[in-house]
Ligand binder design. Structure first.
Ligand code: ACO
Length: 421
């Protein structure tokens, strides 16, 4: 046997040697020896729930690769549809494959009229667009009931194409509904980010986004496309593991992303920067963070104990954007926050660095997105990643998720009638 660990049960001296394979040990071998004694791992911080070939993350070194390709190279040279293909199928497409893929994800951009007129219109006029998106994605499953046949690869591909194509349309429709603006149909002559920006902001055919802004959108979509077994991907997998259709599984991913500790963090960063208000208040704010009054949003990460590689690229993209449009005044506060935090022992000792959300909100705001759309943008970017993991899970024919618990509740007791309590 190569590298291994030996586990000994000190109650009876029995032991088992378990090989270390690809950096993991098989929990089934542990269970053979110690059935009924569970790993206690809140937040699954030390548990690998699956093997996966989609994204490689080295949190110590600050490395992120999609299917082996460094994120920096993809952000510089690729397109979002190409990255989506790479995540789904494991290889960069050749010209014919990319042409077919691009055609498919363009041809399926329209959503059923009922969505706009009946489903979205039923929401409160100021509904959070992320709430609309979660419901909208779940609702898609009722329009495509054949999606339930998840073990047919062709059928899976059809749903994958639909979701990547329709996500920007659903997202823009949610925004326009919340603003009382007329719906803008997708223009299938445009590339993916341009089409989305036009669906968001065009009124009367006059809006043409600056190429620098289209580039920023492209980069942000690519950087958000996958990140291993994060909270929302795990939510997608948990729901998908029961063989629910992919729309329902991805709706679960969207729901998980909604929370401020995950995809809602970029919105929380802007709220935080607005709350700090000016450059001179940064030191007081940091003092409050150290006293535990609040968190420095956009800082810290479960995996990265180094600069999040996506934050490096986004910080550079922010500078590019602010060359062509007025600088977001919150950028100066953010830069000072980063400088102060990275020199402070509280953050150094806990290895807290800027994450992907620290600068992304500043760009989104500069592009004209209201803060409540930020998580929606993240969801569009993450959709290929969710789908790639869902597809991988189906191909692996993995087991249903069913973790154990350590029961700490009351022991057996008898029911007491209400008059006797
Ligand atoms: N500000 C201040 N202190 C922090 C922060 C922060 N942003 N993040 C972690 N800490 C501190 C904790 O208080 C804790 O300190 P302690 O040991 O004295 O108790 C220590 O660092 C470890 O923090 P945990 O909460 O245990 O780290 P965990 O891995 O569970 O959480 C998380 C990671 C949720 C990202 C956390 O760092 C956080 O809340 N950050 C702010 C929210 C945010 O930016 N989320 C986006 C994440 S990236 C993404 O989802 C795309």
């Amino acid at each position: 046997m190569g590298e291994s660990i030996t586990v000994t049960d000190n109650r009876n001296g029995a032991s088992v040697e378990i090989p270390i394979v690809d950096g993991g040990v098989d929990s089934a071998r542990w269970r053979d020896l110690l059935g009924g004694v569970w790993f206690y791992d809140p937040g699954m911080a030390s548990t690998a729930v699956t093997s996966s070939a989609v994204a490689e993350i080295d949190g110590e070194a600050g490395i992120l690769r999609y299917r082996g390709y460094p994120i920096e190279q993809l952000a510089r040279s690729s397109t979002f549809p190409e990255v989506a293909y790479l995540l789904m199928y494991g290889e960069l497409p050749d010209e014919a494959q990319l042409a077919e893929w691009s055609y498919d994800i363009t041809r399926h951009t329209f959503i059923h009229e009922n969505f706009r007129k009946r489903i979205y219109d039923a929401f409160h006029y100021d509904a959070h667009p992320m709430g609309l998106l979660v419901s909208g994605v779940a609702g898609l499953s009722t329009f495509y009931p054949e999606a339930k046949d998840i073990f047919d690869p062709e059928n899976r591909r059809a749903q994958v194409v639909r979701m990547i194509a329709k996500m920007p349309t659903l997202a823009a429709a949610a925004y326009r509904f919340s603003r009382g603006l007329p719906f803008q149909f997708p223009d299938n002559e445009d590339d993916y980010p341009t089409r989305f920006l036009k669906m968001m902001f065009d009124i009367g055919g006059e809006y043409q986004p600056d190429p620098a802004l289209v580039q920023a959108m492209r980069v942000l979509f690519i950087l958000h496309a996958d990140h291993g077994q994060n909270c929302s991907t795990t939510a997608t997998r948990v729901v998908g593991s029961s063989h629910a259709d992919p729309y329902t599984a991805i709706a679960a991913g969207c729901a998980a992303l909604y929370g401020p500790l995950h995809g809602g963090a970029n919105e929380a960063v802007i709220n935080m920067l607005n709350g700090i208000g000016d450059y001179d208040s940064v030191d007081d704010f940091i003092a409050g963070v150290k006293e535990g009054k609040q968190r420095l949003m956009g800082f810290g990460h479960r995996i990265y104990k180094n600069y999040d590689p996506r934050a490096v690229i986004i910080k550079a993209a922010a500078h590019d954007v602010f060359k062509v449009i007025d600088k977001n005044p919150l950028l100066d506060i953010a830069l000072k926050l980063e400088e102060v935090a990275l020199a402070d022992d509280y953050f150094i000792s806990r290895r807290l660095y800027p994450n992907v959300d620290f600068y992304s909100g500043l760009i989104y705001q500069a592009l004209g997105f209201p803060t409540n759309m930020f998580t929606v943008l993240f969801a569009i970017g993450r959709t290929p990643g969710w789908l790639a993991h869902w597809n991988e899970m189906v191909e692996q024919n993995s087991r249903i998720y069913r973790p154990r618990q350590i029961y700490t509740g009351a022991p057996l007791r008898d029911y007491v009638a209400i008059e006797d309590r």
